[in-house]
Design a protein around this ligand. Structure first.
Ligand code: MN3
Length: 202
């Protein structure tokens, strides 16, 4: 079974004005589609074919650049679409809110740390909120399409929130103003989905 580009769970314009429709369309139909196609090409006929993306990335040989870049790109964007929503924003509640308070002291302190990790990732990459076994949450950032599932990369654990800071994610609307894009991202975070991922992976 080859990997398939997942459908967006909303229309391209659903996240406006925070993330514009043109950016979403290009990002999903060109960038994510490209990673998916190249991932399938990279694993075809190898012993990685038929494995889950989580299994592939968790056991990745980092020297396998085609799978590292395109498998990471496939997984990262698949997560990214689901952690945003037209009726997102606000704050997490329940167990996730407790875990965030335990690690960072407050939601506001978490938000500042997350935005800082994303804003200071040099060049292209991602910032993550990850959950470890036992429920501790941690922030980290990774370059390019790396992610914390990859052995020895980032903070480990399972990503439950990620923000894409490649320029293709924001340049049309925000040009070089990455901090403005990050503030806008917080207006569309789907905390109910992030909470569900926390509960599944803690
Ligand atoms: Mn991207």
């Amino acid at each position: 079974m080859a990997f398939e580009l997942p459908k967006l769970p909303y229309a391209y314009d659903a996240l406006e004005p925070h993330i514009d429709a043109r950016t979403m369309e290009i990002h999903h139909s060109k960038h994510h589609n490209g990673y998916t196609t190249k991932l399938n090409g990279a694993i075809e006929g190898t012993d990685l074919e038929g494995k889950t993306i989580e299994n592939i990335l968790s056991n990745l040989d980092l020297e396998n650049k085609a799978v590292r870049n395109n498998g990471g790109g496939f997984y990262n964007h698949r997560l990214f679409w689901t952690v945003m929503s037209a009726d997102g924003g606000g704050k997490p509640t329940g167990d996730l809110a407790d875990a965030i308070n335990a690690s960072f002291g407050s939601f506001e302190a978490f938000k500042e740390s997350f935005k800082k990790a994303a804003a200071t990732q040099f060049g292209s990459g991602w910032a993550w909120l990850c959950v470890h076994e036992g429920g501790k949450v941690e922030i980290c950032a990774t370059p390019n399409q790396d992610n914390p599932l990859m052995p020895g990369v980032g903070c480990g654990g399972t990503p439950i929130l990620g923000v894409d800071v490649w320029e293709h994610a924001y340049y049309l609307n925000y040009q070089n103003r990455r901090p403005d894009y990050l503030e806008a991202f917080f207006s569309v975070i789907n905390w109910s989905e992030v909470s569900a991922l926390f509960a599944q992976n803690k």
